[in-house]
Design a protein around this ligand. Structure first.
Ligand code: ZN
Length: 213
């Protein structure tokens, strides 16, 4: 371990004292490279000590979030739509029942009153756009995605677009902005939060989902 890495400050709270350092190996792509991480002694956040310069190497085109999911059948789309209607707070007994019986609680992150089928929605770091494609099929009419690591902009036949852009490049404002497991991939989370604030319409909400152990 070198001393430069051992004096790193936590990206969340700034603490650099008594942090616990350890090494982890890349497993997802089976490249096997070794990375140094540390766990902040103050806030508990686990983070990489140094972001590799060639980070594109770890987001190849077959990265799992870049694989467009197979179109589901009409019945499945119908069921998902009922669940979404229920999650949006619309009276829907069928959606409520399916949601209650479903182990994974699909779209459990949706909150009544925060969005509607006409809301303008931005998915940040969305890969190929699997989530917004599903949302579009389920009735959302104004969804868009961005991801700086895709090869080029993606235009789907149903009008859904994923642009090769970072959050800092977005000039428009949205009713709802989502980060599904993408904030932890951003090198400067504080700046990302400021950028996020700029792209949200005043008084509107963002959803940030991150992995927790
Ligand atoms: Zn911390």
């Amino acid at each position: 371990m070198n001393n430069e890495a051992k004096t790193k400050s936590c990206a969340i709270c700034g603490n650099s004292a008594h942090n616990r350092y350890f090494f982890a190996f890349e497993r997802h792509m089976k490249i096997g490279d070794e990375f140094e991480y540390f766990e902040c002694a103050r806030c508990g956040c686990v983070q990489i000590a140094r972001i590799p310069e060639n980070i594109d190497k770890y987001y190849p085109n077959n990265y799992y979030s870049y694989e467009a999911r197979q179109e589901s059948g009409r019945f499945h789309a119908f069921v998902v739509r009922q669940i979404m209607r229920y999650r949006l707070g619309k009276p829907n007994l069928f959606g409520r029942l399916i949601y209650a019986l479903h182990k994974e609680k699909p779209y459990g992150w949706m909150r009544k009153g925060t969005l509607d089928f006409d809301s303008s929605i931005l998915d940040v770091g969305c890969g190929s756009g699997a989530t917004i494609l599903k949302m579009s099929c389920s009735g959302f009419r104004n969804v868009q995605g961005i991801d700086p690591f895709i090869e080029a902009d993606i235009h789907y036949p149903n009008g859904i677009c994923v642009e090769k852009k970072a959050l800092s490049e977005i000039k428009e404002q949205y009713d709802f902005v989502m980060l599904h497991h993408s904030l932890e991939h951003m090198p400067d989370q504080y700046q990302a939060m400021k950028d996020l604030y700029k792209v949200l319409k005043p008084g509107h909400f963002a959803l940030i989902r991150i992995p927790v152990s």
